[in-house]
Design a protein around this ligand. Structure first.
Ligand code: ADP
Ligand code: MG
Length: 660
């Protein structure tokens, strides 16, 4: 049902909701709260200074505002809590002043300091809460308010929409799950946390059942999928390997062997190559792409960014310079004429290896005989994008590369439809990146360290949070940093890179960094993915607390790519406990485990960037047992062929058949 049927939703709101990937009333209902605020107001003050308390109070004096500077004020008044007179202060709420009439009962939320007899409030509810209240809190973009959202949800819940139950009836009965509509009511507006638990259990199971059904269906199809029948001179492949500037690690060699086996078997290759950042996945892909070319077919590699595609392109050119292999690049920023030229070459088989971005998905890209499709940073693409590329070939083999660090048991389940190769070890001679967490007040020390690296002819990345995120909290943005750095490092070329630049502008900056012409590169996380500049030995991240540990680990993976000692400075004034994990370890798997422990749910699976692994309510780690059960049930369901009678699953399988 259309969003515009809800009261108070116009064009502008629709576009804001779209940013949350909400396009219909149904989407809205499955946009679940990410936490609940539980307020049980007490009448008396607790002495505990360290914890947040919720108390009801009567206002005793008129509120006074003092302005410290622009956008910076404090509001103070006296209040009576159960006969005790206290002073209350709250930051930046000058606008509340006129609503705080003497005698009014309000609810204060904050901390009480007994010695000073002062209550420092984080929030004030003008309408006092008189009974326990649970408020659902939603992850919303700027411009949307939680309270509006609650209203729309409430209205949606009253609408006669059919909320399709994706749990087949026999399982519903077996587990005595709540009906879907009831679960939706309770997840958004629970009476208590037991309600949440009951509703959640069922919604999680539903989501995972649906997910596992897809995976198991794909796996079952895959087991009958024929690939290309190739003949290939394997010796030529190993000769190429011999002539590489380095020796492959055992894991890399195994992955190549597994890949060659796939390529030469009659079954279609459908393999995921998993390995931490810097473990050397690209070269494995490169070797297999070469093997595929030797057997007479074209290979294609799709990367998520132009920077990355361009970089792969130049390293391919270098490694194949003595071989009669024709390589082309295809990215969005190329001129139409250049693109057309590449389309022609692809269609007429004048090119063996094509490297590019989403631009490869263009309808005009028609391969003469595509044999192997490789997707780098697989989790950055949605399933459809990957399949689209795959469908440009007939029975093409498929290889995915991913740095998502997940333990093997998880990988086997969630990538259950694919075969997996793991690269667990880093290339020999790599030194662990030395990582230190620093405060802004220790910046001098960091600048001195940067200076040392530059003196030794090495390069430095400086990363700050994205520009658009700097709302009221004052974040170090890249322009500001560049000014500062220009002052600290006179006569040093400093590059600036951010997501709002045009692709060709980005290229210029990136290329000059790759060539070593700009010793310092200041950037947002656009450099996060895959970029490989061996001479860069230092990574400095400002406002490090804004990033997930997995992202920071990926960022840090940009350095330490050679036998040079590399360093990473994480600058943050706010929290260090989480960041210390990175000081302790360079192991992506360990880090993601810790991130999970500390944050409840880390960015372990790259959930925010991910195309197909984005769950609405399930958390693969927390709900792993449910996942296994769902896998079992989904398999039973698939084998029973019951799904042929279920409108949703039947349609789903037809869609999969059609796109495969
Ligand atoms: P990722 O797995 O993160 O994609 P890359 O494939 O970009 O990592 O490899 C990181 C760097 O390691 C590259 O510069 C690559 O040339 C180099 N490399 C890969 N394998 C080896 C090896 N066996 N020995 C030494 N260096 C290697
Ligand atoms: Mg890579």
């Amino acid at each position: 049902m259309e969003l515009s049927t809800l009261k108070g939703i116009g064009e502008k709101t629709i576009s804001l909701l779209a940013q949350c990937e909400i396009f219909s009333v149904e989407d809205l209902l499955s946009y679940y709260p990410y936490r609940y605020e539980v307020l049980c107001p007490s009448q008396e003050l607790q002495r505990d200074e360290s914890s947040i308390q919720v108390v009801n109070a009567f206002i005793e004096s008129e509120a006074k505002v003092s302005y410290i500077r622009k956008n910076f004020n404090t509001l103070r008044f006296r209040a009576n809590v159960h006969g005790k007179l206290i002073s209350v202060s709250i930051f930046n709420r000058a606008f509340l002043k006129n609503n705080l009439q003497v005698g009014r009962m309000i609810t204060l939320i904050g901390k009480y300091n007994e010695q000073k007899n002062q209550f420092v409030a984080n929030d004030i509810k003008l309408n006092a809460i008189t009974e326990n209240k649970i408020t659902p809190i939603y992850h919303l973009v700027k411009g949307l308010k939680n309270i509006q959202f609650e209203k729309w949800i409430l209205e949606s819940l009253r609408m006669p929409i059919s909320s399709m139950d994706y749990i087949p009836e026999n399982f519903l009965e077996q587990y005595q799950f709540l009906p879907k509509s009831q679960a939706l009511n309770l997840i958004h507006f629970p009476k208590d946390l037991t309600d949440v638990k009951k509703a959640k259990m069922r919604l999680v199971y539903e989501e995972l059942f649906d997910f596992m059904f897809k995976i198991m269906y794909l796996k079952e199809k895959e087991s009958h999928a024929y690939g290309l029948q190739r003949v290939m001179d394997e010796d030529l492949v190993w000769q190429f390997v011999e002539h590489l500037p380095f020796t492959l690690t055992i894991d890399q060699k195994n992955a190549v062997q597994e890949g060659i086996k796939d390529l030469t078997s009659e079954k279609r290759m459908n393999r995921l190559l998993l390995g931490d950042v810097g473990s050397g996945k690209t070269i494995v892909a490169m070797i297999l792409m070469y093997a595929n070319v030797l057997s007479g077919y074209q290979s294609v590699l799709m990367a998520p960014t132009e920077i990355l595609a361009t970089q792969h392109y130049s390293s391919f050119l270098k490694l194949f310079q003595d071989y009669p292999i024709h390589i082309e690049l295809l990215v969005g920023s190329m001129k139409p004429r250049e693109k057309r030229d590449v389309y022609d070459k692809i269609a007429t088989n004048q090119v063996d290896i094509v490297i590019g971005t989403h631009a490869l998905l263009n309808d005009q890209v028609q391969f003469a005989n595509l044999g192997l499709v490789v997707t780098d940073e697989q989790h950055r693409f949605g399933v459809n994008q990957r399949k689209n590329l795959q469908n440009k070939g007939y029975r093409s083999d498929v290889l995915y590369l991913s740095a998502t660090p997940i333990p093997r048991t998880y990988a086997l389940t969630i990538y259950g439809d694919m075969d997996t190769s793991m690269i667990a070890s880093k290339p020999n001679g790599r030194k662990a990146v030395i990582t230190k967490v620093k405060k802004n007040s220790e910046l001098k020390e960091v600048l001195a360290a940067i200076y040392d690296e530059l003196k030794n002819g090495h390069q430095v990345y400086v990363v700050a949070p994205m520009i658009e995120e700097s709302d009221d909290t004052e974040l170090t943005d890249v322009y500001f940093l560049k000014e500062k750095f220009a002052l600290a490092f006179r006569n040093v070329n400093i590059g600036l890179l951010h997501g709002k630049m045009k692709p060709d502008e980005k290229d210029v900056v990136m290329n000059s960094f790759v060539k070593g012409e700009t010793p310092i590169l200041i950037s947002t996380t656009v450099i996060e993915v895959g970029v490989d500049v061996v001479n860069a030995t230092m990574m400095v991240v400002f406002n490090a607390e804004r990033f997930g540990l997995a992202t920071l680990h990926q960022l840090r993976g940009r350095v330490g790519r050679s036998d040079l000692q590399s360093y990473c400075y994480l600058i943050s004034d706010q929290e260090t406990k989480r960041l210390q994990v990175l000081e302790e370890s360079n192991d992506g798997f360990y880090i993601s485990e810790k991130d999970f422990e500390l944050r409840g749910q880390g960015d372990l699976f790259g959930i925010h960037q991910s195309g197909d692994m984005s769950f609405k309510i399930a958390d693969l780690r927390r709900d792993y047992k449910i996942l296994l059960q769902a896998k079992k049930d989904a398999t039973t369901y698939l084998l029973s062929k019951e799904y042929l009678h279920h409108p949703y699953y039947h349609a789903l399988t037809q869609k999969i058949d059609f796109t495969n």
